[in-house]
Structures are given as C-alpha cells and as structure tokens.
Design a protein around this ligand. Sequence first.
Ligand code: NAP
Length: 346
Amino acid sequence: MGTECAYNSIAVVGTGGYGRHFISALLATRKFVRVRAVTRKTSDDAKRKRLQALQEMGAEIFEYKSSSTESFKQAFNGIHTVISAVSIAAVPDQISMIDGAILANVQWFIPSEYGVAHYPSVWMPFTSPLAPKTVVQKYLSDYAKPKGLSYTIVYTGLALDYLDPKSLGLKLSTGSATLVGRGGSPVSFTAFPDVVSLVVNIVQRPAEMQNRFIRFAGSTTKMRELVKIVTNNDRGENVKIVCIEEAKSKFCELARRQDMSAFQIYSRLLIEEGLGQINRYREPLDNSLFPELHPEPIQQTLRRLIKANEATAKAKLKPNPAHRSATTKSVTDGLGRTQKQLDGED
Ligand SMILES: NC(=O)c1ccc[n+]([C@@H]2O[C@H](COP(=O)([O-])OP(=O)(O)OC[C@H]3O[C@@H](n4cnc5c(N)ncnc54)[C@H](OP(=O)(O)O)[C@@H]3O)[C@@H](O)[C@H]2O)c1
C-alpha cells in the first residue's frame, strides 16, 4: 500500500452500526484529506452527540433531508469515493445515491454489503431479503460503471460480535443452543473490527480493488462446532434440534402474520442450506490480498463474547457499593442513624 491514497476524499453514508466505525478508522489512517459523514437530518439527542464526536475527530458532517438524487449530488461534492453503510431498510435508496454520485463526478462507490453472498435458495420459495442489494449491484455494473463510476462488492459473511448470537440459536447466558437441522454446513464469519479494517484497506487501493467482488472470510466453520463451544460438550446436551421441515412451517406461519421473528428462522434455514458460506461454489477467497490483516477466528470471537457475557452477569450479581450506600441513606435520617435506631429498637 502506498503512503498516499490517490482517492483521498471520501464520504461514508450512514453513521450507525458500521458507518461510524468506518469513519473513525478512516480518520485514524491520516491518509485522507477529507472524510465526510453523510447522514439523515435529525434532532435526536443521541445522534447529535454521535455526530459531534465524529466532528471532533475531524470528520465533516453533511445532513440530508430527503434521499433524492439532488441531495446526494450535493452530499458528494468534491468526493472521490463513497462507502455506503446504510441499514438494510435503506438499501433501495442507494439508487438515488448512485445517481447523485455520478452527477457529482464521484469515481468509486462501495454499496452497503459486508455480509453474505446473494445465492438463491432452493429451499425457500420466497424472494430473498437480499434481493434489493442484488438490484443495486446490477445497477452499478450495468448502468453506473459505463458512466465512469467504479464499484466494489465486499462479502465478509457473518459478524457474530455484531449480530446477537441468540439470533443464530446460540444462548450464551444459559450455555444452551437451538440448531435448525444438523448444523453441518460451513459458514463464513468475519469479526466486526476485521470488517472495518478490511474496508479501510480496500479504499486505499483503487487500482487493485475496483470493479470486482472481494470475498474475505475471517474463518469458516460449522454451526455445530460453535454449539459445542457454547454448551461446553459435544454430546448434544443443552441443544434443542429443530427439524428443517418444522422450521420451514414455523417460518411460513410467522411470515404470513408478517411477524418479524420470521426473519431469524429464515436466516437459520439459509445457514443450514449452506448459503452462509461466501464461497459456496468454490469462488476463491481474497484473504491473500490482505496479508497485513490477521482476522480473529470465529472460535476466538465466540469465547470473547462468552467471557464478556459472564463478566456482565457477574457485575449484575455483585453488590454494588454505590447501590449499597443509596440503600443505607434511604433508611437513615441523614445523620447516620438507621431506621432501626430511629424506631428505638437499639
Ligand atoms: N455480516 C453481518 O453479520 C451483518 C450484520 C449487520 C449488518 N450487516 C450489513 O451491514 C450493512 C450496514 O448495516 P448496519 O447494521 O451498520 O446498519 P444500521 O446500523 O441498521 O443502520 C446504519 C445507518 O443507516 C442510515 N440510514 C439511512 N436511511 C435509513 C433508513 N431509512 N432507516 C434506517 N437507517 C437508515 C442511518 O444512519 P444516519 O442516521 O446517519 O442517516 C443508520 O444509522 C448492511 O448492508 C447490513 O445488511 C451485516
């Protein structure tokens, strides 16, 4: 990697989950003359604090009122590279983002992915929740690229330290698990900080990284291996097995009621079908292009999460001195006499 980045003016759209970490890591490289956070206009206090913190680190802030082409054209004025880190709900807005980027002469657009590849499911007769992301990919390759806007699609598999492990059936607090099927299909995982390092690395290497897919997996393992770590045994104790047909009917029942928990069952079915592996059809992984990255293996991520969970549980059990003094105060008259003394029992 060169010491200076040719595409040194960058915007990140979305300041939530991944976005704000991309912004702070980009600023930390000191390779960019401009790092701009592009965010929806808000008066929400928590978000204002988040924006203020980013600004204090050195980010420019651009707030937009509507997801129109014109708004994004203004947002990307003077920008070479756009990283989109918008939520799944905002994926379709990326079409006007791309149109705005073309009008603003942006040269490189990285759409919001950082997850699994878009393989069609044979098991599930439903449109994939990833379908809008596929539309964006097609728009980039067929429409935007001929107009001079390059793209990079980044697949990293699942980030267990970002998702709630419970959503995959791993119950850390009780050391138990629920598996859909045998848990025997390989799944790609990359820990959250490694995804951030990867994206920051990619945007500094335009010549090598443009107009291609990057498949990076911190590690690949089967769900049943993770279940062994969580339940601390390999005999299936504390493991509830849900049959595939049973999960499919539960999914259909919930989906018909438009119950959002249907999505969790859907994800677990797709994992068991093998669609959580970003190189399911033997597409080569690109890890060797990033020798400076040393991703955390999933087993280590999981152990880290289990430890953090135990520490939180312990902290909840431990008598907190602050709480104790608050209680003491509540039963004294403010001069140190306890309620018992005041009641004349001593
Ligand atoms: N591999 C994994 O395990 C994994 C896990 C989670 C997510 N992902 C993927 O990572 C990408 C980013 O996800 P994320 O979790 O970082 O997103 P998120 O936290 O849900 O949202 C990111 C930001 O999107 C912006 N946004 C713009 N329009 C929005 C709208 N209509 N509704 C909600 N937010 C909107 C908001 O930023 P402002 O308020 O600043 O506008 C929001 O904070 C997605 O493609 C997602 O599918 C992957």
